[in-house]
Design a protein around this ligand. Structure first.
Ligand SMILES: *Cc1c(COP(=O)(O)O)cnc(C)c1O
Length: 389
């Protein structure tokens, strides 16, 4: 069963009064997932839709993925899992952040599958399942080098021996350094996971996130877990991004003004104008997840990158002047022809012309953080042509 999805869906703030807009290309998202599914073969691809599908909206992302055959989803929290179930009731949904005993009734009612990652958690799960004729399914997280969630490898091997009658439905581990192809930890994690899998015969396993899928060691599992690459983020650092951009973020110019040579601009007076400067003041700021650390100057926490971010308008990149503020950011548009842009026009912050990852790097962060920080002041347009697939 596929769901009929509109070609254009708009949400968020009325575009007439919004300061900024997001355009989300669901065809690109689908194409990205299909590429990831192809690269994952012979394994199947799931989709990671935690943090409301990396800020893009579970309610928009899950149905288009379901329509092209994605059947398994990973979320961080059970609450997110319920939102997946609301739009894809037959989906298999794994909850990565584990569970507390008080959440058990939710799991009983919803068919969400918790990923259990410590011996106490497993003991609680077993205890809560006693007396049930049909035990609820769970997945097992094993830590092979991340030191975050999961049983140690030796705990997991011992557990495998003891849990024959009620084993996990899926075995997972998470890679710590997959985006750095040559990091030696990758090999160790892939190898420990293979040893571990041998102890859980007949149980499916999952290791690769987006970068893992592109890693040369990528193999030896049944289910992949791509997240960021599906949303257009680069899977590997320092390698050309094979994914299509999914999100375009644009802000409106509120005002254009001249700052004179020798003056300063913005909080802290950190931008010194070394020429007469035409400044576009735009309706975007850190309250919209346009991070203050992308400021053109005056941000001590970003000491290694001096230049800050830029926007794209009228075919040119234009640098941020001074500090990004809560609701406004200024760009130097002196290099544009006078009158080429005007108040009300949109400036691209990231999307087709400035990649998500370049925008993130300019703020000293990663694409994941830009997406999940977007906030709720935008007008959002979701574009989709793919019903006929
Ligand atoms: C977030 C997450 C993923 C997805 O990672 P990406 O790098 O976004 O592809 C996969 N597995 C686990 C356990 C995660 O927490």
């Amino acid at each position: 069963m596929t769901t009929k999805i509109p070609h254009v869906t708009t949400t968020g703030t009325d575009p007439r009064i919004a300061g900024a807009r997001l355009t989300i290309d669901l065809d690109a998202l689908v194409a990205n997932w299909l590429l990831l599914a192809e690269k994952s073969k012979p394994a199947r691809a799931a989709a990671v839709v935690k943090a409301d599908a990396y800020g893009l909206g579970i309610v928009h992302v899950v149905p288009v993925l379901w329509n092209v055959g994605c059947r398994t989803f990973f979320v961080a929290l059970a609450e997110e899992g319920l939102r997946v179930k609301a739009v894809a009731p037959d989906a298999q949904v794994f909850v990565l952040n584990g569970f507390f005993a008080e959440a058990f009734p939710v799991y009983e009612q919803s068919n969400l599958i918790p990923v259990l990652g410590s011996l106490p958690e497993l003991a609680r799960w077993k205890e809560l399942n006693t007396g049930r004729t049909e035990k609820l399914p769970y997945a097992l997280h094993v830590d092979t080098g991340m030191n975050r969630l999961g049983l140690t490898v030796s705990e997991a091997i011992r557990f495998a021996g003891e849990s024959a009658d009620n084993g996990p439905v899926l075995l997972i581990t998470h890679l710590a350094t997959a985006d750095e192809q040559s990091h030696e930890l990758n090999q160790r994690q892939f190898e420990s996971f293979q040893k571990l899998r041998a102890n859980f015969s007949g149980i499916e396993s999952s290791i690769a996130n987006s970068p893992g899928i592109f890693h040369s060691l990528n193999s030896g599992y049944e289910l992949s877990r791509p997240g960021v690459a599906m949303y257009g983020g680069e899977p590997l650092s320092g390698v050309a991004n094979p994914m299509r951009p999914v999100v375009t973020s644009e802000a409106r110019i509120v005002q254009i003004r001249m700052g004179l040579k020798g003056e300063t601009a913005g909080y802290g007076a950190t931008a010194r104008l070394d020429r007469d400067t035409r400044i576009a003041i735009c309706s975007i700021g850190y309250a919209d997840g346009y991070l203050r650390s992308a400021s053109g100057s005056g941000v001590p926490l970003r000491q290694t990158l001096n230049n800050g971010g830029c926007g794209f308008i009228a075919g040119k990149r234009v640098p941020i002047i001074g500090r990004v503020t809560m609701d406004l950011t200024s760009f130097d548009i002196s290099d544009l022809e006078e009158g080429e842009v005007k108040p009300g026009d949109y400036i691209e912050l990231f999307g087709r012309n400035i990649s998500l990852d370049d925008a993130a790097r300019a703020a000293g962060t990663i694409g994941y953080e830009l997406l999940t920080s977007l906030g709720n002041r935008y007008h959002r347009r979701y574009l989709y042509s793919g019903n006929e697939i």
